[in-house]
Ligand binder design. Structure first.
Ligand SMILES: Nc1nc2c(c(=O)[nH]1)N[C@H]1C(S)=C(S)[C@@H](COP(=O)(O)O)O[C@H]1N2
Ligand SMILES: [Mo]
Length: 406
């Protein structure tokens, strides 16, 4: 008689974490069996998200924050957006997880367990801004297909791991290396095991930056499943699509990585400005690298009511991809005049910066507060939608909130 293949203990405990309860008789579950609770479940519970988060898609799961939910300096899991391209991997066993380093430009392919990474290389913690390249997509016209992100596809958590550079040095990289590309354990929505939902990467210079890490912790704990447990590549300041979740492979390429979502219109914008709606040839599209300067007013919540004569304290975050933010201003007269905010230094490179201001209003009425950041190269956020592009990337227009003084 054939023995039934029961689910492994480690997988069971990770399932229990997701379901948020012990799975009674879990040891009787056949392997590969999908729990009902996971097929049709409350995403807020399943991912530990706040009820005010907004679900944009359930196949695959995509959720975003609202501006006021992002008020913390360090984003906690419950307010962190989720952007998935495929199905979240199941039955993860951290003890047997391996990452394979291969590609044209490694001397000999090499694998590491997470334990080996932890023991062999020094640990580093950075606070790193991750913004989806499509954040703000919902405003483009003609509209772009894809998740209609408003402003909430950005986070800045602390990530702990080992430097990708240290591991690459240990693996041995050839001089002709151009790019790294990640491979991950999530599965394609079609169910085709040969198709990768996403496999992006970064040029060697970014791969070698000290803040580019293979992370095993987020905010001092195991990375939440939806955000890449048990191992995640983090390349802060670049489109967050470069930060592969559930990574189990890094290919060191002797050419620009050509994995899924590296080519065509994916995470690329026209190299030269085009008219809205214009068709752009693939060869005229350029890969997005550092994200543009941007900011968010996270307090107060839009719609706040203020008593006449009271001052209003606003605060929020500003970030500028690879660069630092040098200046932060606000306007209460639709951009006619601007006043400086106070702006803090980042805790480390590639972390967002805090700004605040105390605003007085001249009289009763309706106001909009606009916020504008300027990077250290002197480039500011546009007040309205920047250049149209086929996939609706890089909308870094000024954020604004509405206020009534009564
Ligand atoms: N393996 C894998 N990594 C991935 C993705 C994915 O679908 N699969 N999505 C990418 C995209 S497009 C973004 S914006 C970020 C989202 O990270 P988060 O869900 O932790 O916020 O993860 C990136 N890494
Ligand atoms: Mo993304």
């Amino acid at each position: 008689m054939k023995r039934r293949n029961f689910i492994k203990k480690a997988a069971l405990s990770s399932l229990a974490t997701i379901v948020g309860a012990d799975i009674v008789f879990g040891n009787m579950l056949p392997s590969g069996y999908e729990l009902l609770a996971l097929q049709d479940s409350d995403p807020f519970k399943m991912f530990g998200k706040d009820k005010e988060m907004v679900v944009l898609n359930d196949r695959p799961w995509n959720m975003e924050a609202k501006a006021h939910l992002l008020n913390e300096n360090i984003t906690s899991n419950k307010y962190m957006f989720i952007r998935n391209n495929g199905k979240i991997p199941e039955n993860i066993d951290v003890n047997t997880w391996k990452i394979l380093f291969d590609g044209e430009s490694v001397k000999t392919p090499k694998t590491y367990t997470i334990q080996e990474l932890k023991e062999k290389f020094s640990h580093h913690t950075y606070q790193l801004t991750l913004e989806c390249g499509g954040n703000g997509r919902s405003e483009f016209n003609p509209p772009a297909k894809g998740n209609q992100w408003t402003i909430g596809a950005v986070s800045c958590a602390t990530w702990t791991g080992v430097r990708l550079k240290d591991v690459l040095d240990d693996v041995g990289v050839e001089n002709d290396a151009v790019y790294i590309g990640y491979h991950a354990a999530d599965t394609h929505l079609s169910g085709d095991p040969k198709k990768e939902p996403i496999s992006r990467g970064v040029p060697m210079a970014k791969a070698y930056q000290e803040e580019t890490i293979l992370a095993f912790q987020m905010n001092g704990k195991d990375i939440p499943l939806a955000h890449g447990y048990p191992l995640r590549l983090i390349a802060g300041g670049w489109p967050a699509s470069a930060s592969g979740k559930w990574v189990d492979g890094i290919s060191v390429r002797n050419k620009v990585h050509d994995g899924t979502k590296m080519t065509g219109t994916a995470y690329r914008v026209p190299c030269k400005p085009v008219a809205p709606g214009e068709k752009v040839k693939d060869e005229d599209m350029c890969i997005i690298e550092s994200m543009p300067v941007k900011s968010l007013i996270t307090y107060p919540k839009s719609g706040a009511l203020i008593k006449e004569g009271d001052k209003l304290k606003i605060n929020g975050h500003a970030w500028a991809g690879e660069l630092a933010v040098a200046k932060m201003e606000y306007s209460i007269d639709f951009g006619s005049s601007w006043t400086a905010c106070s702006l803090e230094q980042p805790v480390n490179r590639l972390a967002w910066q805090q700004f605040s201001a105390e605003i007085s209003f001249p009289e009763k009425g309706y106001y909009e507060i606009w916020a504008k950041a300027t990077d250290d190269q002197g480039v500011s956020q546009p007040m309205i939608l920047p250049g149209w592009n086929p996939k609706g990337y890089l909308n870094n227009a000024c954020h604004r909130i509405a206020i009534k003084v009564q």
